[in-house]
Design a protein around this ligand. Structure first.
Ligand code: NAD
Ligand code: TDX
Length: 337
């Protein structure tokens, strides 16, 4: 089969393309990516000699291009997005442009070209936040209640994607997954920011009191979940994907990483909180487990050990990106004062 993957030069898309081509030797992938600050074509240059992989630089909002690429494709896996909550606080407009209008453009092209499956990668952040110290979790029935411009733009796209199933019969599926981590994640995000700070001998910035909870999912487990949905998922369905069963606070996560890297708690630094910071995310992934037989393989410990190792081995990948990310954070901090 021929796939059109959008946003494949970003973190999850890169991991997905590698995973898919390794595990599906008959398939071909075209990767459409605009190469924003978050995209790096070099992530996959070793595949560019292969007849099974093609990179196309372009915007998902480009109608002609989306139509042209979908003529050849049977399946679309749509990752491309502006993905960072802190940047959506600073400059929301591009989030609406890419995440909502870009998705709309892809849906139109998918309909016109009779795409067999349109899979949209969404987030658990569309559900809002949960209270600390409860056993409540997000599931497929949870009402949407997005709090940041990022999550609002993702939620808008979730609704649009579903509407193309109900109104036009486009065979869509959606995964609402939790916080991913692993190789190739841009160092603006919490886990790679912590690891690269420690490697640079710098402290780890903990927002607010550190008692915020995220549900951490190792990126390869997420790729396996997408694979399960593409193979066995039913059109029109959404699937929640998470990596944990017990809460891990940001502070405990930071301490785990310090321990893995052989450093002490003097590396912790509490900093000013994020505006509108969601307290707790926790995902109930029973539906995908029961219906499609998926569950995560990595524990938080095994996933973190792999991730730390990757960043230790790949400084040339993250060095320039980290400079850009920290400049962004400095600008953000200056605005808050
Ligand atoms: P990322 O920011 O690392 O990568 C996004 C990619 O999309 C980049 O390569 C970028 O160049 C590309 N892109 C951005 N705008 C584009 C446009 N207009 N046209 C074409 N390409 C464009 O993101 P990620 O962390 O890999 O996330 C991928 C998807 O998964 C996103 O839709 C995100 O909302 C979702 N998601 C991410 C997480 C997470 O923890 N990272 C969790 C849940 C859901
Ligand atoms: O320096 C930091 N210090 C800190 O305490 C950073 C960058 C983050 N944090 C906190 C904020 C969050 O509680 O860590 C937690 C994780 O932050 P991010 O890595 O920015 O992720 P989050 O905001 O939870 O969103 C991520 O998961 C859901 C992805 O960026 C989204 O694309 C995805 O939809």
């Amino acid at each position: 089969m021929t796939f059109l993957v959008t946003g494949g030069a970003g973190f999850i898309g890169t991991n997905f393309i590698r995973y898919w081509l390794e595990n599906h030797p008959q398939d071909k992938i075209v990767n459409l990516d605009r190469l924003t600050y978050a995209g790096d074509r070099k992530n996959l240059t070793d595949l560019e000699n292969s007849s099974r992989y093609q990179f196309v630089k372009g915007d998902i909002g480009n109608q002609g291009l989306a139509n042209q690429l979908m003529k050849e494709a049977e399946v679309v896996v749509h990752f491309a997005a502006e993905s960072h909550v802190d940047r959506s606080i600073e400059n929301p407009e591009v989030f609406l442009q890419t995440n909502i209008l870009g998705t709309f453009n892809l849906l139109e092209a998918a309909l016109k070209n009779k795409i067999k499956r349109f899979h949209y990668i969404s987030t658990d952040e569309v559900f809002g936040e949960l209270p600390l110290g409860t056993k409540e979790k997000f599931n497929e029935e949870t009402k949407f209640d997005p709090h940041s411009p990022y999550s609002a733009s993702k939620a808008g796209a979730d609704h649009l994607v579903l509407s193309y199933y109900h109104t036009f019969g486009l065979p869509i599926t959606i995964t609402n997954c939790s916080n991913n981590y692993g190789p190739y994640q841009y160092p603006e995000k919490f886990i790679p920011r912590m690891i690269t700070n420690i490697l640079d001998g710098k402290k780890i910035p903990i927002y607010g009191d550190g008692q915020y909870v995220r549900d951490w999912l190792y990126v390869t487990d997420h790729c396996r979940a997408i694979e399960a949905v593409l193979r066995w998922g039913k059109p029109g369905q959404t699937y929640c994907v998470g990596g944990l069963t017990k809460d891990v606070s940001n502070l405990s996560l930071a301490k785990m990483i310090l321990k893995i890297m052989g450093k002490g708690e003097e590396y912790l630094e509490f900093v000013v909180d994020r505006a509108g910071h969601d307290r707790r995310y926790a995902v109930d992934w029973n539906k995908i487990k029961k219906e499609l037989g998926w569950k995560p393989k990595e524990t938080i410990k095994s996933g973190l050990v792999k991730t730390v190792f990757w960043y230790q081995q790949n400084e040339s990948w993250w060095r320039e990106k980290k400079k850009e990310a920290e400049e962004f954070y400095q600008k953000l901090a200056a605005k808050k004062i």
